[in-house]
Design a protein around this ligand. Structure first.
Ligand code: BES
Ligand code: MN
Ligand code: MN
Length: 456
């Protein structure tokens, strides 16, 4: 619509400046040293929502970090879209690998470099600016509610409680989220799935204290060696996960469904080059697209133990640790998979060590229906602004709360993300394209318009 275009052209510079301002707040949810900044960020989001024209904006306290809520009810008889996003970010470390400060955003070659630029500040803020656009041009076509949380990157434990306690307030027809990626601006796509997650931490203990590796080494099991062996045994020679029962409930796709997935544009050579790898790796019998979209996986996120400081120290460590996560697909249950993992990991430990398995957070996988009004509205909105039909793609990441939106609120979700997989999410030098940011702000009002029209 021309009024949107004119409004956005006029305010373009400010839209960007405001995002940079938000990116300067280090709202790292995992690290309690940043608690004050997380709170400050919530207050900033509240203020921005109010300025954009939302009503009843509040910072809702939780047992953890707060949730920011706001709404615009133009007519209770019209459909309602619940926009979800998160203002918290992942820790920025390793700091020395950043080319500029993670919380000192810079724009270089058309990208905004900062922690949270793509995940998810740059993406949820598009919704605030799209909303402002519709509000200031008197074109809001449906009711809109905002729920921007501060604990997505640590598992959204308190958001689940918030949903239970605020069913009435959160009443809507659909959830809309921009917190995923597209193939590229030339090949727009919509994620039609998210994988689930089961996150574990393991501790392997050998002797009751660190030992001199010369005096005792060779006669006492080294927990670091044992842990490495145990971890290595979790994949077989075909890179299948070896945990008994792991694949039992995995939904297999039909040959047609797999062919459709594999038809998405993907250049494996480009992929390898971008990542600096000589070859891809993964479960035998599946393509790279399938390995990250429709297959469950197991990854070591971190492994430590013994001496890792400067120089050398000859020691046989008492303990070794690892953080291990599994990505899940329909119809795997994360509680069940966590139990299977724990049972297996304890079973494969040799007598020379003891093993403790701690279960961290988890979440269920989710697949979005593609025959819903909301999905069709997203499809049409992207087509309107990109001039190309979006390709449905199964995303590899997880947003555990999405399954709870369905379970607790009975709401389906549409994932209309504008990031790129190459945006360095959770990695040093996270970035978000300025063009992606503006394209999102341009596209979102069309979603609301089509959703309202097609719901009639
Ligand atoms: N926005 C991501 C999820 C994502 C990224 C989905 C790209 C699809 C494509 C989200 O913030 C995230 O990082 N989720 C975590 C899970 C959470 C429980 C820590 C993840 O996927 O590791
Ligand atoms: Mn995210
Ligand atoms: Mn994330």
């Amino acid at each position: 619509m021309q009024v949107w275009k004119d409004y956005q052209a006029q305010h373009q510079a400010r839209f960007l400046e405001e995002l940079l301002e938000l990116l300067r707040i280090p709202s790292v949810s995992a690290d309690s040293r940043f608690n004050g900044d997380v709170q400050k960020c919530a207050e900033a989001v509240k203020q921005r929502l109010q300025e954009a024209g939302a009503d009843n904006v509040e910072v809702c306290p939780t047992a953890g970090h707060p949730i920011v809520y706001g709404e615009k009810i133009i007519d209770p008889s019209l459909p309602t879209v619940l926009v979800y996003g998160h203002y918290d970010v992942q820790p920025a470390d390793p700091l020395e690998l950043w080319h500029s400060g993670p919380f000192e955003p810079v724009i270089k070659d058309g990208n905004i470099y900062a922690r949270g630029s793509a995940d998810d500040k740059g993406q949820f803020y598009m919704h605030v600016k799209a909303f402002e656009t519709m509000h200031r041009t008197n074109t809001i076509p449906c009711n809109i509610k905002f729920m921007i949380e501060g604990e997505e990157e640590v598992g959204s434990a308190n958001l689940g409680i918030f949903l239970e306690q605020n069913k009435e307030k959160l009443k809507a027809n659909v959830v809309l989220i921009s917190d995923t990626s597209m193939i590229s601006l030339d090949n727009p796509s919509i994620d039609t799935g998210l994988r689930g997650l089961a996150y574990m931490e393991v501790e392997v203990t050998g002797p009751n204290r660190d030992l001199h590796s010369g005096v005792y080494g060779g006669a006492v099991a080294n927990p670091a060696t044992i842990l490495a062996k145990m971890i290595a045994s979790l994949h077989d020679e075909n890179n299948h996960v070896t945990i008994p029962g792991f694949y039992d409930k995995v939904q297999e796709l039909t040959a047609e469904e797999r062919a459709a997935l594999n038809a998405a544009p993907f250049d494996e050579e480009e992929y390898k080059k971008d990542l600096g790898i000589n070859d891809v790796w993964g479960e035998k019998g599946y393509s790279t697209i399938e390995r990250t979209g429709i297959r469950p996986t197991l990854e070591v996120n971190g492994i430590w133990g013994g001496y890792t400081g400067e120089g050398s120290k000859t020691v046989l460590p008492s303990k070794a640790f690892a953080k291990i996560s599994m990505r899940l697909v329909p119809n795997q249950d994360w509680h069940e998979i966590s139990d299977l993992f724990a049972k297996h990991f304890e079973a494969i430990a040799p007598k020379s060590v003891t093993v403790k398995v701690n279960k961290h957070h988890g979440g269920s996988p989710y697949v979005t229906p593609t025959d819903s009004v909301a999905y069709k509205a997203a499809h049409k909105a992207i087509e309107a602004t990109f001039g190309k039909e979006p390709i449905p793609v199964r995303g590899g990441g997880s947003i555990p709360i999405v399954a709870l939106f369905e379970k607790t609120l009975g709401l389906k979700t549409v994932l209309m993300g504008f990031g790129l997989d190459s945006d360095n999410l959770h990695s040093p030098n996270e970035k978000y394209g300025v063009a992606n940011y503006y394209k999102g702000i341009e596209t979102i009002p069309y979603f609301h318009q089509y959703f309202a029209e097609m719901s009639k």
